[in-house]
Ligand binder design. Structure first.
Ligand SMILES: CCCCCCCCCCCCC/C=C/[C@@H](O)[C@H](CO)NC(=O)CCCCCCCCCCCCCCC
Ligand SMILES: Nc1ncnc2c1ncn2[C@@H]1O[C@H](COP(=O)(O)OP(=O)(O)OP(=O)(O)O)[C@@H](O)[C@H]1O
Ligand SMILES: [Ca+2]
Length: 577
C-alpha cells in the first residue's frame, strides 16, 4: 500500500522550489533553497486533503481564473488554536503548485485522487441537510449558504437542503420519507435540532429493523447514517463536546473528510414506553428546575439560563428520591480517573470490541448487549440509594460546553457504552454554590463530601412512597392522564404514536403548567417533585428508567483534539507554528 501511491518531484509555488512527496498516508511539501537545503516542511495526512483541482482555483469570492495547464491546487485541513481550553479550529488550507510539464501535473492530480479514494472510504457523497431558520441568532440559512455550501461544493458533495417549517419537521421527515442514497444527515441549528435528527434516525432504524424502542431491555440497532452538526443554535453542547469548538467551518470540514465519532445514547422510559433519548444531560432537581424556569423567559435568549440558574439557586431546593443504578465494570475506567476522552481515545476504541464482539456475525452483534440490562449476576447488581438530592444528573459524555469547558463529568467517554451518574445530596447553599462554581474551572467538582459520581449502564429514578401522591396533587393530577396514555401506547404497540406523543408540543405545554412553581425565597412550601431536563426538553414523567446504548449513532466528528499534544498542530500544519 505504502509504495502504490509514492510520487516525488520538484514543484514550484510562485518562484519558490518545493520537493513534494506523496507517500502512503501523507502528502508533504518542503521548501528547498538555492543550495538545495531543506527548509520548512508541511505534511498533511491524505485523509485531511479536502480536494484536488487542475489549474488555479479560488473559492469565495469567485475570481476569474488565470488557468495554466501545468498548475494544480490542493485544498486541505489547516489547524489553528481556538485560544481556549478546548479543541482546535480547522480552516481550509490552499496551495497552488506549478509543474514543469502537463504530464507531471496529471500524474500528481491522479495520484492524489486515487490516494484520497483509498484512504478516505467513508467520505460522504450525498447529504440531507436540515436548516432550522429560527435557531440561535436566526442565522442558520446564512451560515449554511455562505460558509458551508461552498466547501461541500468544492469537495464534490451533493446536498439536498430542507429549511424546516415547524418543530419536528426534520424528525418526521427522517421517520417517514425515502432516505435512499444519502450517506448522512446534517443539521444546521442547536442542541434541539440535533435531538430531532437523533430521534428521527434512531426511530427509523429501529422501525426498519423491526425492533421495539419501548422496551429498555431491547438492544437497539446502530444507525447507518452519520450525523453532522453545523452549530447555529443558542446552545451547541453536543457540537462542543464532540468537536471541541463551536465553529461552522470546522464542523463542515469534519463532515467533508468523513470523520466518524461513535456516540453513546441514553434511552429514557416510563413504565413500558419510550419517552425520549438523551446524549448530554438527563437531569432532575437543579437542572430540571433551571430548564422549567428558563422556558418562561425565552425572550432573554441564552441569558435565560443564567437568570433561571440564579433564581433556582436562590430558591434553595432539594428533592426526595430513590435512585437505583447498574454500575459499569470499574476495572475498565472510572469517572474520577482524571483522564479525558480525546480524539483517538483508547477507552472508547477498546469498548467497540466489547460492545460489538463479532462484527461479521449480525446475530451476536446485537444480542451481546442484551444481558447488560438484565439483573444477571455477571453484569452486576443494581445499587439503590434514597434521600434528598440537590440534583441527580446522568450524562453519556463529558457535556463540556462554553459555560463549563471540562463539562458535567470531565472524564466521561463519548463512546464507551456507559454514562456517569452524578448525585448531589442535599447540602447547605454555599456547598452547592461551590459545586456549581467548580464546573467553570479545572477544580474537581466531585471532590466534595456531598457529591457522588458513578459510572453506570442503567439508572432508575422514583419518588419515595407517599411523596408520589403529594407530587401528583401539586402537578394537577397529570400522571393519571399520563398513565392512560402509556396504557394506550402499550396496547397499540405503536411506536409512531408514542414518538408523536412523547415529543409533541402539547405535552410540553401541559408540562409547563405542571412544572413546580418557582417562587424564590418567599416560598411557603417547596414542591415535592422537580422535573427531568432531557437534553433541554422537559419530560412529562418523574419515575423513569434509563439505559445507555453504546455507540448507537455516529457523528461526523473525531472527538476533541488536544492542541497541546497534537504533533501536526505544534509543528507543521498549524497557523500557530
Ligand atoms: C456560579 C457559576 C456556576 C456555573 C455553573 C455552570 C454549570 C453548567 C453546566 C452545563 C451543563 C450543560 C449540559 C447540556 C445540556 C444541554 O443538553 C441542554 C440543551 O441545550 N441545555 C440545557 O439544558 C441548559 C442547562 C443550562 C444550565 C445552566 C446553569 C447555570 C447556572 C448558573 C448558576 C448561578 C448561581 C449564582 C448564584 C449567585
Ligand atoms: N421551522 C421551525 N419553526 C419552529 N421551531 C423549529 C423549526 N425548526 C426547528 N424547530 C425547533 O426549534 C427548537 C430549537 O432549535 P435549535 O436547537 O436549532 O436552536 P436553539 O436556539 O439552540 O434552541 P434553544 O434555545 O431552544 O436551545 C428545536 O427543538 C426544533 O425542534
Ligand atoms: Ca459514555
Amino acid at each position: 500500500m505504502e509504495t502504490d501511491f509514492r510520487l516525488e518531484s520538484s514543484l514550484w509555488v510562485g518562484n519558490k522550489r518545493y520537493r513534494a512527496l506523496l507517500t502512503g498516508w501523507h502528502f508533504q511539501w518542503t521548501e528547498v533553497d538555492k543550495k538545495n537545503r531543506d527548509k520548512k516542511t508541511i505534511s498533511v495526512p491524505v485523509s485531511e486533503v479536502v480536494g484536488v483541482d487542475e489549474g488555479q482555483v479560488e473559492i469565495l469570492p469567485q475570481k476569474s481564473t488565470e488557468d495554466t495547464d501545468k498548475d494544480f491546487t490542493v485544498f486541505y485541513v489547516k489547524r489553528s488554536s481556538s485560544g481556549g481550553l478546548h479543541g482546535l479550529l480547522w480552516r481550509l488550507g490552499r496551495i497552488q503548485f506549478s509543474c514543469p510539464s502537463r504530464v507531471l501535473r496529471d500524474q500528481w492530480t491522479q495520484h492524489l485522487r486515487t490516494a484520497l479514494k483509498t484512504h478516505s472510504p467513508v467520505r460522504p457523497h450525498r447529504l440531507l441537510v436540515f436548516i432550522n431558520p429560527f435557531g440561535g441568532k436566526k442565522k442558520g440559512r446564512q451560515i449554511y449558504h455562505s460558509l458551508v455550501a461552498p466547501l461541500f461544493e468544492l469537495a464534490g458533495i451533493s446536498s439536498h437542503v430542507i429549511v424546516t417549517e415547524r418543530a419536528n419537521h426534520a424528525r418526521d421527515h427522517l421517520l417517514k420519507k425515502d432516505l435512499t442514497g444519502f450517506d448522512g444527515v446534517v443539521c444546521v441549528g442547536g442542541d434541539g435540532m440535533f435531538s430531532e435528527i437523533l430521534h428521527g434516525l434512531i426511530g427509523r432504524t429501529q422501525q426498519e429493523a423491526g425492533l421495539c424502542e419501548n422496551d429498555p431491555s431491547v438492544t437497539l440497532q446502530p444507525c447507518p447514517l452519520h450525523i453532522g452538526i453545523i452549530p447555529a443554535g443558542s446552545t451547541d453542547c453536543v457540537c462542543y463536546a464532540t468537536v471541541g469548538v463551536i465553529d461552522p467551518v470546522t464542523s463542515a470540514l469534519h463532515i467533508i473528510i468523513g470523520d466518524s465519532q461513535p456516540l453513546d445514547v441514553c434511552s429514557v422510559h416510563h413504565t413500558a414506553a419510550l419517552v425520549r433519548y438523551s446524549v448530554s444531560l438527563l437531569g432532575y432537581g437543579f437542572y430540571g428546575d433551571v430548564l422549567a424556569e428558563s422556558e418562561k423567559h425565552r425572550w432573554m435568549g441564552p441569558l435565560r439560563y443564567d437568570y433561571a440558574g440564579t433564581m433556582v439557586y436562590l430558591s434553595n431546593r432539594s428533592y426526595a428520591g430513590i435512585v437505583q443504578y447498574l454500575p459499569a465494570d470499574p476495572l475498565l475506567s472510572s469517572p474520577r480517573d482524571k483522564t479525558r476522552c480525546l480524539s483517538g481515545c483508547s477507552v472508547c476504541s477498546k469498548s467497540t470490541g466489547r460492545l460489538f464482539p463479532h462484527p461479521s456475525d449480525s446475530g451476536s452483534l446485537y444480542s451481546s448487549h442484551f444481558s447488560q440490562f438484565s439483573n444477571d449476576s455477571e453484569e452486576g447488581e443494581w445499587v439503590s440509594v434514597e434521600g434528598r438530592f440537590r440534583c441527580v444528573s446522568l450524562t453519556c459524555m463529558s457535556s463540556s460546553c462554553p459555560k463549563s469547558p471540562l463539562g458535567l463529568s470531565p472524564s466521561a467517554h463519548l463512546a464507551d457504552g456507559t454514562g456517569d451518574l452524578i448525585l448531589v445530596w442535599d447540602t447547605h447553599p454555599l456547598g452547592f454554590l461551590k459545586f456549581l462554581y467548580r464546573h467553570t474551572s479545572t477544580q474537581d467538582q466531585f471532590d466534595l463530601p456531598f457529591v457522588e459520581v458513578h459510572r453506570v449502564k442503567a439508572v432508575r429514578f422514583s419518588l419515595p412512597a407517599g411523596k408520589e401522591e403529594e407530587a401528583f396533587e401539586e402537578t394537577g393530577g397529570l400522571d393519571e392522564e399520563e398513565r392512560r396514555h402509556v396504557e394506550t401506547i402499550s396496547r397499540n404497540g405503536s411506536q409512531q404514536q408514542l414518538t408523536e406523543r412523547s415529543m409533541g408540543q402539547e405535552i410540553a405545554n401541559e408540562q409547563k403548567s405542571a412544572t413546580p412553581f418557582l417562587c424564590g425565597l418567599c416560598c411557603s412550601k417547596a414542591p415535592a417533585a422537580s422535573v427531568w431536563n432531557c437534553d433541554g426538553e422537559i419530560l412529562p414523567f418523574t419515575n423513569i428508567i434509563s439505559r445507555i446504548h453504546g455507540q448507537l449513532v455516529r457523528l461526523y466528528a473525531r472527538g476533541i483534539e488536544d492542541g497541546a499534544t497534537m504533533h501536526s498542530c505544534s509543528e507543521e500544519n498549524c497557523e500557530r507554528a
